[in-house]
Design a protein around this ligand. Structure first.
Ligand code: RBF
Length: 350
């Protein structure tokens, strides 16, 4: 015989169970119609002063907004941004904590060092999906990667650096400069050689003065290094040091040298000083790939490489400040080199 109280409560319990069930059904329905309702963005560094990360977040947000607007009946896609900070030793712990929270259907990040970190984390949390830009990892069924052809990006920078150097001062040594935040495999094996390769395509006698700041924020140190390089005869330098670039550009301005900007359009930063902008369309990459994820068409487990021909790497030629800063002859030579890359006549594979 049922206990009378239990019997009396039975309908309530049934109703509660039913409402719990319908809540689950509702949630499942939402999940089914929008599989990536929560996206976590891990910024390996600090957004401010690092346009490559600002572009990342901008692209993810734009994809989430676009998808949410097109699926007005379902819950909007949520985007949470977590900055890892400048201490690289903490990134793995921070990203592990982010993954362990199980709050995100997808974790998005961007940095050549992320594939290694994610490989460790993925072994512990094999169900978590990751979308990594600016890095390469093939064969993990929960990880999609897209890297840029930075040989093309740095070649275009080196070519313009040498063109401007040739025109600047015949008495100077044939030497271009590269101020880098730190050494890492892509810097040493792709960007540095690509920059030199581009300069040597203008004249085979070019060498590169390569200096390291030691971090991504010390503008004073970058300025000292740049000033010293210019003192030694460098007329054009590529600044590759995130927030520290400001020091390099200031030193160039003070000493009458020129700077080539990397990743974003830098002409407006100090008009007349920035003579080239070799860019990555990271916002476009983040937007396109996150939208593919939300629409269920992103293939995990693959690694893609995108360059000039795919429209993700470019050299900005139509900015009025560029047109004012660089002579028509040099712009013409730069344009025809870029055209050769775009058409495939000049192949610069990674
Ligand atoms: N780029 C930045 O603009 N700011 C950064 O703080 C920054 N930190 C990085 C740390 C590491 C370990 C590595 C390998 C790269 C870093 N980058 C940073 C470079 C960035 O992720 C990207 O590769 C380049 O901006 C692409 O040209």
């Amino acid at each position: 015989m049922k206990h009378p109280v239990t019997a009396a409560l039975a309908p309530i319990a049934a109703a509660a169970a039913l409402s719990l069930f319908s809540a689950c059904v509702k949630r499942d329905a939402q999940t089914n119609s929008s599989p990536g309702t929560s996206i976590g963005v891990f910024v390996p560094g600090v957004m401010s002063g690092s346009p490559v990360y600002e572009m990342l977040v901008e692209g993810v947000r734009a994809a989430a907004d676009r998808y949410s607007a097109a699926h007005a009946g379902t819950a909007p896609v949520e985007v949470i941004v977590i900055e890892g900070g400048y201490n690289q030793a903490e990134w793995e712990t921070k990203l592990t904590a982010m993954t362990a929270s199980r709050s995100y259907d997808l974790i998005v990040s961007s940095n050549p060092s992320l594939p290694d970190i994610v490989s460790h984390i993925s072994a512990q949390f094999p169900d978590q999906y990751f979308l990594l830009l600016d890095g390469q990892l093939e064969g993990n069924p929960h990880v999609y990667t897209l890297r840029y052809n930075q040989r093309e990006q740095s070649y275009m920078a080196g070519y313009m650096a040498a063109l401007v150097s040739e025109a600047a001062d015949r008495a100077s040594p044939r030497r271009v400069g590269l101020v880098a935040a730190q050494e890492y495999p892509v810097m040493n094996n792709v960007i540095l050689p690509g920059f030199l390769e581009g300069a040597r395509a203008v004249h085979s006698g070019y060498t590169v003065d390569f200096r390291i700041v030691g971090n991504w924020y010390d503008a004073a140190k970058a300025g000292e290094l740049a000033a010293d390089m210019i003192q030694g005869g460098v007329r054009v330098l590529l600044c590759r040091a995130g927030g520290a670039n400001e020091g390099g550009i200031r030193a160039a301005d003070e000493a009458g040298a020129r700077v080539i900007w990397f990743d974003t359009n830098g002409y407006g930063i100090r008009p007349g000083i920035v003579a080239g902008s070799s860019v990555l369309h990271q916002n476009q990459a983040a937007y396109t790939q996150v939208l593919r994820y939300l629409e269920g068409t992103l293939t995990f487990g693959i690694a893609e490489t995108m360059g000039v021909r795919e429209g993700y790497v470019d050299f900005i030629q139509d900015d009025p400040v560029y047109i004012e800063t660089v002579s028509p002859e040099l712009r013409e030579q730069q344009a025809s080199m870029i055209e050769r890359i775009r058409s495939g006549t000049l192949a610069l594979p990674l």
